[in-house]
Structures are given as structure tokens and as C-alpha cells.
Design a protein around this ligand. Structure first.
Ligand SMILES: [Zn+2]
Length: 343
């Protein structure tokens, strides 16, 4: 040993330094676990971290793993490596059949890798039967297997699953880090990078997708317009407004996240803190709401949105959940921002 540990901390991951250091350290000490549970809001890099970990454990370099260049690293980066598999919801749920197929595959030793790695994405989408089935693998994992579960939150997972996984809780990233990454790695022009970083709410995945896909920003505007319109409407008007949204579970989850960031901004504005708001293009409306609505009522809306997100996650009737949320919104006629105020 020349003092340089075999597993480096130069992973293809933006931020989450402590998590990378923690995982690299356990690899260097030969203390790799058979199951990890990576949690955090969608788009902050959970799967990216999982993939980088899969590269590290299977990298062929004898100097610094993951090298990013060997056969294993390259193929894993594109989900093309036979011994590293990604499993996620088939439709709205991750089903027991998918776990059974995985178990058949895991019965076989890896083809060429040191470890067979399975990344189970959005494990909160797993049915109770699928979670139950996974327990069997978690209880007696083959020595060559590493399971990497990702979930927006661990709240809805079985306690027996949580207790068998090493938890890695990822936090949202600082805006400055996202802005720099957009500029340097994705060559986004500075002004746009600053706006996207701000709007991302610390979620690098969202920022990168929005940089590459113009429709994401349009989608965001649409959902915020919908929310602001609903605030000005009666109960029936609100139900009609949100009806189309209730039909698409994936959109609904993302919309709930966005709405949470919006109401957190209302709190920030009413407390006049120096913390920058996420939806700065909506400041005009946010200020009106902050002036008219009591802090307790804003908290109630935030709780209602969180509850709705959880219901959607648990596959409770999404339309009903959204309608209940609509009842919790304050009613207020928002005055349009004068032209030029919107960024
Ligand atoms: Zn490599």
C-alpha cells in the first residue's frame, strides 16, 4: 500500500460528499453491507449514487475505484452490465413477480463481477406483497449480492425492511453547487443555470432534466398556475381544476413536491427571512398570500399537501385525496403581477 486507498471518493456524483466518503470508507475497510436504503426527495441523485456505488464495488482498476473507464464502470454507467440490474415500478407499483424474478437471478453467482448489485428504485412503490417477498432476500442474502433500495421517504416501508438496510439519507443540495455543476458539467449558460438552480429546490436531477428538456419548465408553470387559480376558486371550481391532475400518479407526486416548495416559500416570505425562496418567479403572488393568510393556516396547507403525497404513494384514491387537499386551501383573489415582474 502506498497510502492511497483503493476506493477513492472521486465518484460521478454531484454533492452528497459525506455519503460518498462513508461508502468509500466501508469499502476500504472491507465492511460492505448487503443492503442499503438511500432516501431523499426525488431528483436529488439517489439512483446516481447507487449506480456509482455499483461501479466502485465492481471496478477493475487496481488504483482508484471507481475509475469510470474500465469495462465494468462504462457498462454500469449505461445500465448495460449483466451483473448490475435496475428494478423499478412496472406501471404504478413494483410487483411481487418482479421480486421473484430478481430472486431467481440472485441465485446465480455473478457472471464476471465481484458483486451482483440490484438497484431497486422508488421502493415506496412496492406492493406489501413485494416488500414481504424482499424480506426473504434481506434476511439471508447470498455473499455476492448487494441490494440498493431507493425511496423518497422510508416512512411507508416495512420496519423489518428498514432495520435490515443501512440507511443513507440524502439531503437537498445547496443552490450554488447545482448552479456550478450545470455550468461546468452540462455547459448551461450562467443566467439560465442560476434560474434552474434556484427553481430546482436543491434537486440536481430536476435541474439537469429541466436544462435538457424545455417542457419541464412549462409543466412547472402549469402546475403553479393551477394552484394559484384554485386559491381564487370556490370548492366546485377547485374540484374541476384538479380533476385532470388526479389521473396521472407520477405527475401528481411531482406536483405535490412543487406545491410543497410553494407553500414553504409562503412561510419564508411571511417570516421575511434571508433564505432565498425556491419559486422566485412567483414572488408577487407569494407576498399576497403571506400578507392575507395566517402562518397556522399555511402550516395546515403544508400538512395537507404532505398527507396527499403520502396517500398518492400508498395508492389511495388520488382524486379523493386531491379534493380533500382543495378544501384545506385558503380562498383568496390573487392580483396578477404587472408585466415584467415575472422572471
Ligand atoms: Zn472502473
Amino acid at each position: 500500500m502506498d497510502g492511497q486507498p483503493l476506493y477513492s471518493t472521486h465518484w460521478p456524483v454531484i454533492g452528497h460528499k459525506w455519503a460518498v466518503e462513508h461508502l468509500a470508507r466501508s469499502l476500504n475497510h472491507g465492511r460492505v453491507r448487503h443492503a442499503y436504503l438511500i432516501t431523499g426527495p426525488s431528483g436529488i441523485g439517489k439512483t446516481t449514487l447507487a449506480r456509482a456505488f455499483a461501479q466502485a464495488v465492481n471496478c477493475l482498476s487496481e488504483e482508484a475505484r471507481p475509475c469510470g473507464e474500465c469495462r465494468a464502470c462504462t457498462l454500469i454507467a449505461h445500465d448495460g452490465y449483466a451483473d448490475v440490474n435496475v428494478i423499478q415500478a412496472d406501471g404504478n407499483t413494483l410487483k411481487i413477480e418482479q421480486i421473484r424474478d430478481m430472486q431467481h437471478m440472485l441465485a446465480l453467482r455473478p457472471v464476471e463481477a465481484r458483486y451482483r448489485v440490484v438497484i431497486l428504485r422508488h421502493f415506496q412503490d412496492a406492493t406489501p406483497q413485494a416488500m414481504d417477498a424482499l424480506l426473504k432476500t434481506l434476511e439471508e442474502p447470498p455473499s455476492y449480492v448487494i441490494l440498493l433500495l431507493t425511496a423518497d421517504t422510508a416512512d411507508t416501508l416495512l420496519p423489518t425492511i428498514k432495520s435490515r438496510c443501512q440507511p443513507i439519507n440524502l439531503r437537498v443540495l445547496p443552490t450554488t453547487l447545482i448552479r456550478r455543476a450545470l455550468e461546468e458539467r452540462w455547459q448551461v449558460e450562467p443566467e439560465r443555470a442560476a434560474l434552474l438552480a434556484q427553481l430546482s429546490g436543491g434537486r440536481i436531477g430536476w435541474a439537469v432534466r429541466a436544462a435538457e428538456d424545455e417542457t419541464l419548465l412549462a409543466q412547472r408553470s402549469e402546475w403553479l398556475d393551477l394552484l394559484e387559480k384554485a386559491i381564487g376558486q370556490s370548492r366546485v371550481g377547485r374540484f374541476m381544476l384538479v380533476e385532470p391532475l388526479s389521473r396521472d400518479k407520477a405527475s401528481l407526486a411531482a406536483a405535490m413536491e412543487l406545491w410543497q416548495s410553494y407553500w414553504r416559500d409562503v412561510l419564508l416570505v411571511s417570516h421575511s427571512t434571508t433564505t432565498p425562496i425556491a419559486n422566485r418567479d412567483r414572488r408577487h403572488a407569494l407576498e399576497q398570500i403571506a400578507a392575507a393568510v395566517k402562518v397556522e393556516d399555511v402550516q395546515r396547507v403544508l400538512n395537507a399537501i404532505r398527507r396527499t403525497a403520502k396517500y398518492v404513494d400508498q395508492n389511495v384514491n388520488a382524486r379523493l385525496a386531491l379534493e380533500v387537499l382543495m378544501l384545506d386551501l385558503p380562498q383568496l383573489q390573487l392580483i396578477q403581477a404587472p408585466p415584467g415582474v415575472r422572471e
